[in-house]
Ligand binder design. Structure first.
Ligand code: PEP
Ligand code: MG
Length: 588
């Protein structure tokens, strides 16, 4: 019990942005418009209704423009997200379809919009990829804004908040998050959202703690409640006791000290105490994130996820549009490498307006390279853009979801055709790029020896490798407790891939989340991974851990690891053996 007699409550959500803050809650009352009336309109009112809809869209565009112009300096780089929402306002699926329904069904604009949005949402909901699912929220944000204008509801007032508070909201759109002024907002918590949402990217850019996906935060927390947000652990504590407050006050100071410490050293090499050098790179989804990779001391881009560009407009991006983005990234980070991963999209549902096309098991469906080989024109366009960008720096090509030898050969054939066509046209390009494949499907692990002869490098995608090997949907919270990177099966698979790579003389990288946790470093060093890539914020801690270890010790340690039978036994062993380093660095 606290002094006020209130019971301390702990809520658990998603660790969207690390750090700790303590303060008063401020409930942001921005809800979508839930109750929408339906009424029919007469033939002669049809034009008037369409005009009303169009002016709500125009107003939404003006509002977004104003938010972009008034965004704090540090968020300017993220204004493109709002630009995307501006584009979505006029998206065929949303804008064209709503007008069509007003005309065809003679119903009011609100109802027509609601109908269109629920169709689009159900189409996106069926996708298994969390990244694509998050993009569906962009459509929601854009349509909510139009709806609020149609019904005359209030718009957000975050920019007007004038006290130091922690925001508590059902959801925060990137537009709302863009109004956050650091001197006033300490952190935020939301009922909805996840790690790959743009709002969480904004929180990480601002370096303010955030916990998302809490489900019921706006019900459990009242205005002015004292709360603690632990964005590192993904928890929120309501009415903390005196003892908890002291503990978290202390943790917060230690966290800031540690952050300052590791960030200060982030530009040092990732070299073990016995002189073995490793490259530590950054993963990006958006070109603008390159800046964080450089700031956090990344040695290059180990994974550039290219899906976003395909989802931010209703039509497929053309070669020049792709090229422009890739070239920007490549030039900014040159001469350091950029590993561009080809489209990892979950079947053609993402582009299709046809919501009848539904895969029962999308994670096992027409995803990634399977989609690209089925749609060689789309693939060729992307490959040509990559090869052209390669003339401006150091580019590697990475192919996702390879499950068999034939896919590699087919991919290389299309890549060669793309290069030949550019040569014929006399275009500026570079065909001499390193070619690698993601190892994220168990069959690829088993035939790594067969695949190795065709590629320059392997990149272990542990996010999917764990999902497919342990049969655990990576987005399903009911089985999340079974999702363990240190499962003996996963460690054995990584060993197999690393041994094959060494034997065949190719490099082996890791770009899944497993690479981002310092506790895994003794194992990754012991198995001989050549390069790691991760979310940029994790780079300093991983580099710090590597510098504290010796490869010699890690190799010996692996003998004991292989005697362990479960993930928890492995974790315990790491803590027993390297506990002093981990606790000195406060990584465990
Ligand atoms: C992975 O699967 O580990 C990976 C890095 O790719 P993604 O998370 O984009 O599927
Ligand atoms: Mg993957």
């Amino acid at each position: 019990m606290t002094d006020t007699g209130l019971k301390e409550i702990i809520l658990t959500g998603i660790d969207a942005s690390p750090g700790i803050c303590i303060g008063k809650a401020y409930i942001v009352d921005i809800e979508g418009v839930d109750v929408v009336k339906k009424y029919f309109i007469s033939e002669e009112d049809e034009e008037k209704e369409i005009k009303r809809f169009k002016s709500a869209v125009k107003k939404a565009r003006d509002q977004l423009r104003a938010i972009i112009n008034n965004a704090p300096e540090e968020l300017r780089d993220h204004a493109y997200i709002l630009e995307t929402h501006k584009v979505l306002l006029k998206d065929k699926m949303l804008y064209g379809k709503t007008i069509e329904i007003i005309k065809n069904e003679k119903i009011n604009a609100e109802w027509a919009l609601k109908k269109v949005v629920s169709e689009v949402k159900s189409m996106f909901k069926k996708m298994s990829d969390s990244y694509l699912k998050e993009r569906a929220t962009d459509i929601t944000y854009a349509s909510d804004r139009i709806m609020r204008n149609l019904v005359g509801a209030e718009t957000e007032k975050i920019a007007d908040i004038d006290k130091r508070v922690i925001l508590v909201a059902n959801d925060l759109s990137p537009a709302e998050a863009s109004q956050i002024h650091l001197e006033r907002i300490k952190g935020f918590v939301t009922n909805r959202g996840g790690k790959t949402s743009h709002t969480s990217i904004i929180a990480r850019t601002l370096e303010i703690p955030a916990v998302m996906g809490l489900g019921n935060a706006t019900h459990s927390i009242k205005n002015d409640d004292l709360i603690i947000v632990d964005g590192t652990a993904g928890i929120v504590i309501i009415h903390p006791t005196e003892e908890t407050l002291l503990e978290y006050g202390d943790r917060s100071v230690k966290y800031e000290e540690r952050k300052a410490d590791i960030t200060r050293d982030s530009h040092l090499k990732a070299e073990t105490a016995d002189g073995f050098q490793l490259k530590v790179m950054g993963n990006i989804e958006l070109p603008e994130e390159v800046v964080s990779v450089i700031d956090y001391g990344g040695d290059g881009i180990g994974l550039y996820r290219t899906e976003f560009q395909y989802l931010s407009s209703s039509s497929l991006p053309n070669e020049d549009e792709l090229f422009d983005k890739y070239k920007d990234v490549v030039e900014v980070i040159a001469p350091k490498p950029v590993t561009i991963r080809t489209l990892d999209i979950n079947g053609d549902k993402a582009f299709s307006n046809n919501s009848d096309y539904v895969e029962v098991n999308p994670a096992l469906g027409l995803r990634a390279i399977r989609y690209c080989l089925k749609n060689p024109d789309v693939f060729r366009t992307q490959l040509r853009a990559i090869l052209r960008a390669a003339a401006f720096g150091n580019v590697r090509i990475l192919i996702p979801m390879i499950s068999g030898y034939g896919e590699v050969l087919e991919t290389k054939k299309i890549l060669n055709e793309a290069a030949d066509s550019l040569e014929k046209e006399g275009a500026l390009f570079n065909r001499d790029v390193e070619f690698g494949i993601m190892i994220e499907v168990p069959s690829a692990v088993v035939i790594a020896d067969i695949l190795a002869g065709e590629v320059d490098f392997f990149s272990l995608g542990t996010n999917d490798l764990i999902q497919y090997s342990l049969a655990i949907d990576r987005g399903n919270r009911h089985v999340a407790h079974l999702y363990h990177a240190l499962h003996p099966a996963i460690i054995r698979m990584i060993k197999n891939v690393a041994d094959v790579a060494k034997d065949k003389g190719i490099k082996v990288f890791m770009c899944g989340e497993m690479a981002a946790d310092p506790i895994n470093m003794p194992i990754l060093l012991g198995l001989g991974i050549d390069e790691l890539s991760m979310n940029p914020q994790s780079i300093p801690a991983v580099k710090g851990m590597i510098r504290a270890l010796k490869v010699k010790d890690a190799r010996v340690f692996m003998k004991d690891v292989f005697k362990k039978k479960t993930a928890s036994e492995v974790e315990e062993l790491i803590k027993e053996t390297f506990g002093s380093i981990l606790s000195e660095k406060m990584y465990a």
